[in-house]
Design a protein around this ligand. Structure first.
Ligand SMILES: C[S@@+](CC[C@H](N)C(=O)[O-])C[C@H]1O[C@@H](n2cnc3c(N)ncnc32)[C@H](O)[C@@H]1O
Length: 249
């Protein structure tokens, strides 16, 4: 069976237009190391998988407002952040101007990357591929930016549990009706799309990347007990899938 690679009717430009309108007041209210899910689930997995980043050239692909770029640069990495959405790019570049960490930001669609002066030792695309209609083109660009043997780390909403907190809030358990089709995942700000787990992993293999680790981070029970708003589900089911792979030499 040929897997569907994009959601019908959506182009990258349309999706980017949604992200471009991300409200400034939400960015201003953000913790330096991201929202609840990032602080408690994603960041520990991403940072562990990336390892010692000192002196390493890292591409933060779809860097958004740049919190991960700043965390990596503060740990000694040489970071390039790429994002096409105006509001997010503006926020990231303003932060860099106010508190320079040596991060270079480039405003671009991953599927139409200018020469970034690569190759990179590592590429991280956290919560990005699910937001791009032409996600296979974006994944190809990430793999293409890597040096041979380089590390590719990406995260997505876990394709099996994409509406975890809302479903838990409503039903006290997780419910899903459709898995195989591509469809838009409802969310407050930008556009996101469902694809299957096998679509992501098979594309990675097709690009010549070898799986190193899959993580499905769990929230510790004490934090989950206090979390509320459906986030207590994160102690029982994985909200995120985090993947680390190596580009073939
Ligand atoms: C959920 S945010 C994640 C941002 C950041 N990585 C983080 O974890 O905070 C998704 C990001 O993907 C970006 N994006 C959407 N389409 C893109 C494209 N075609 N190329 C690169 N980035 C894109 C959006 O602008 C947005 O910043």
């Amino acid at each position: 069976m040929v897997e569907e690679t994009s959601v019908r009717g959506w182009t990258n430009d349309e999706a980017i237009r949604r992200w471009a309108q991300f409200p400034r007041e939400v960015l201003d209210a953000m913790e330096p190391d991201g929202d609840f899910g990032r602080r408690h689930l994603l960041n520990p997995a991403l940072l562990r998988m990336l390892g010692d980043v000192r002196g390493r050239r890292i591409l933060d692909a779809g860097c958004g407002h740049g919190y991960l770029s700043r965390m990596l640069a503060a740990r000694g990495a040489r970071v390039t952040g790429v994002d096409p959405a105006q509001a997010l790019y503006d926020y990231a570049t303003e932060k860099e101007a106010a508190q320079p960490l040596g991060i270079r930001y480039v405003q671009a669609d991953l599927c139409r990357l200018p020469d970034l002066g690569g190759p990179f030792d590592a590429v991280v695309a956290s919560m990005v591929l699910l937001d791009i209609p032409d996600w296979t083109g974006a994944m190809q660009a990430c793999a293409g930016a890597l040096a041979p043997g380089g590390l590719f780390v990406f995260s997505v909403n876990h394709p099996c549990f994409e509406q975890l907190a809302p479903s838990w809030r409503e039903h006290g358990e997780y419910r899903v009706r459709e898995y195989f089709a591509s469809y838009e995942i409802p969310g407050p700000y930008g556009a996101s799309f469902h694809r299957t787990l096998s679509a992501y992993l098979n594309e990675l293999a097709r690009l010549g990347c070898q799986l190193r680790e899959l993580a499905e981070p769990a929230l510790d029970p004490a934090t989950a007990a206090d979390a509320g708003n459906g986030a207590e589900a994160y102690a029982h089911l994985p909200n995120f899938l985090v993947v680390a792979a190596l580009k073939r030499r």
